[in-house]
Design a protein around this ligand. Structure first.
Ligand code: SAM
Ligand code: DTB
Ligand code: SF4
Length: 354
């Protein structure tokens, strides 16, 4: 265990302990193979302290811990597809798909099953191991459209890929149906701190998100949950988001950290761009707080230099979205990413899906 000299003995920046820890509410930590312990009882002040540590210290500690839980030269490659685009009734200020804003996004109803499975097959042939289907819905629909989504999940799952969906709010019953269809993961982001949430979205509350996350967990689906940086939030909001994620029990298996893609027509379009080093800090902090999780460097890579992306990998990011498009916005092309991984001596992670 690496002990932090700059902090009190209560908080070592590795976030690990060599013994089991308990609290009044019961066991708060589970050990990994090496005897390190994953904690769920982080205090916000501890998260702040980690986030603000000198950058070399922060990255060193994140990287040290990364190596205890993951292969340092492996990156999971995931591909997104927008299965239903635009016209969303929610007013998320960052989102080009909200019906509240005039953007260049063309509305598109739910795609056909065969088209989606064909795109997934092409992705699998390029060693993409996780396929994520996103829909601009406030909540997953009922009836025929939901049946079609279930077919898509079955079709992609049959290819041996990890299957993820992000469809908005879910009922417990829908979560069970998705699980039975073969869904690996459900993406549902908390996006920012509870305090800042109301400045970004007014059509739902933080608690709605937490309820869907609970339904996903209850159904036995893994959780993909993260947020967006660069929406005009303060450092304390980034800390607040990371604190929320790190106190979910169990931690989300996947933590996407998005850098805002500023889209013309959305209320956040003219914000100043985020300092990429904030992405590095957030990723390193996520790695320390949730050492066993995949930390995904998600949206915003087009705006990051390859050196900034490299720093994100050093800070513990071990998953990226590949392909020229995210849902509606551009992403670096496959060739560019292959070249980058090759230059860095890194390789795509093999699939764990059965
Ligand atoms: N409607 C569903 C929902 O909101 O959960 C699923 C689709 S939504 C587009 C998925 C996630 O994309 C959002 O939670 C948000 O974190 C992210 N996102 C959307 N627009 C973005 C943008 N302009 N920049 C970065 N991330 C964005
Ligand atoms: C996540 O956290 N980021 C991805 C995925 N989960 C669904 C979506 C990013 C969307 C960026 C804006 C767009 O392309 O529309
Ligand atoms: Fe709708 Fe999701 Fe976009 Fe919000 S982020 S407007 S819920 S598609």
């Amino acid at each position: 265990m690496i002990v932090c000299e700059a902090t009190s003995s209560r908080c070592d920046l590795t976030g690990t302990r060599t013994t089991n820890m308990t609290s009044e509410t019961g066991v708060v930590a589970t050990p990994n193979k090496a005897g390190n312990v994953v904690r769920y009882d982080w205090k916000r002040s501890e998260v702040r302290e980690i986030y603000r540590a000198p950058l070399p210290e922060l990255v060193y500690r994140a990287q040290s811990l990364h190596r205890e839980f993951h292969s340092p030269d492996r990156v999971q490659t995931c591909q997104l597809i927008s299965i239903k685009t635009g016209g969303c009734p929610e007013d998320c200020a960052y989102c080009p798909q909200s019906a509240h804003y005039e953007t260049d996004v063309e509305r598109q109803g739910l795609l056909g099953l065969q088209h989606v499975v064909r795109v997934a097959q092409e992705a699998a042939s390029r060693r993409v191991t996780r396929f994520c289907m996103g829909a601009a819905w406030r909540e997953a629909p009922r009836g025929k459209e939901f049946e079609r989504v279930l077919e898509m999940v079955r079709g992609v799952s049959a290819l041996g890929m990890e299957v993820c969906c992000t469809l908005g709010m879910l009922t417990e019953e829908q979560a069970v149906q998705l699980k039975e269809a073969g869904l690996t993961a459900y993406n549902h982001n908390l996006d920012t701190s509870p305090e800042f949430y109301g400045s970004i979205i007014t059509t739902r509350v933080y608690d709605d998100r937490l309820k869907t996350l609970a339904a996903v967990r209850k159904a036995g689906i893994t959780v993909c949950c993260g947020g967006i940086l660069g929406m005009g939030e303060k450092e304390s909001d980034r800390v607040g988001l990371l604190h929320q994620l790190a106190t979910l029990r169990p931690h989300p298996e996947s933590v996407p950290i998005n850098m805002l893609v500023r889209v013309e027509g959305t209320p956040l379009a003219s914000l100043s761009p985020l300092d990429p080093l904030e992405m590095v800090r957030a990723i390193a902090t996520a790695r320390i707080l949730m050492p066993a999780s995949k930390v995904r460097l998600a949206a915003g890579r087009k705006q990051l230099s390859r050196e900034a992306v490299t720093l994100c990998f050093l800070a513990g990011a071990n998953s990226i979205f590949v392909g020229e498009k995210l849902l509606t916005t551009p992403n670096p092309g496959m060739d560019e990413d292959e070249r980058l991984l090759q230059t860095l001596g890194m390789k795509p992670l093999e699939s764990h899906a059965g």
